[in-house]
Write a protein that binds this ligand. Structure first.
Ligand code: AMP
Length: 188
């Protein structure tokens, strides 16, 4: 009998470093479930759940959702797919979240996308999103077939509130102070 190892991986990198795109390729290749914390939060906002309504202003302003709420939300989602391999994208974003994850699961792979902040600023401010699916386009290097419309559904694309220049600067700052220590945590 061959015992198949279940892969439990985390992908890290500043907002706009391409985590979503790279994650889609990895999950397809290795048959993993892709779990994006940002997508889960945006789905909650769209469905106007209590959590979504509560967290919307936090997210729009580029601030992190409080650790306890975020950890409970993600651990709850992971429980639903307990037996599959997964790739976490956007979580953990603080050492406290990494510790909460460690209490329940052992992560065996951490991928870090190392992209300069200046490149990210240019990328994020030209990024357009199809909110229902989470598909992203970039007006410079990955434009939709028809400007302003999603390739698959033809629905309109929007620029996320948190992709505005001042918000991007705030998100990168928070990455530097709160998320870079998570890389150190995993390195050690
Ligand atoms: P993302 O699409 O991953 O950039 O996430 C969008 C926004 O959701 C972030 O700017 C945060 O406000 C919030 N968010 C996503 N993941 C987390 C997390 N692990 N901890 C706290 N806030 C998060």
């Amino acid at each position: 009998m061959v015992l198949q190892r279940v892969i439990r991986a985390v992908i890290m990198g500043p907002p706009g470093s391409g985590k979503g795109t790279v994650s889609a390729r990895i999950t397809k290749t290795f048959g993993l479930q892709h779990m994006s914390s940002g997508d889960i939060l945006r789905a909650n906002i769209k469905e106007k759940t209590e959590l979504g309504l509560l967290m919307k202003s936090c997210i729009d302003q580029g601030q992190l959702v409080p650790d306890d709420i975020m950890s409970r939300l993600i651990l709850n989602e992971l429980r639903k797919i307990d037996n599959s391999g997964w790739l976490l994208d956007g979580f953990p974003r603080t050492v406290s979240q990494a510790e909460a994850l460690d209490h329940v699961y052992s992560v065996d792979t951490v991928i870090n996308l190392n992209v300069p902040f200046q490149t990210i600023k240019e990328r994020l401010t030209s990024r357009w999103t199809h909110i229902p699916s989470g598909r992203v386009y970039n007006t410079d290097f990955n434009p939709p077939k028809v400007p302003g419309l999603d390739d698959v559904t033809g629905e309109p694309l929007v620029q996320r509130d948190d992709d505005r220049p001042q918000t991007v600067t705030r998100r990168l700052k928070s990455y530097e102070t709160q998320t870079e220590p998570v890389l150190e945590y995993y390195r050690s």
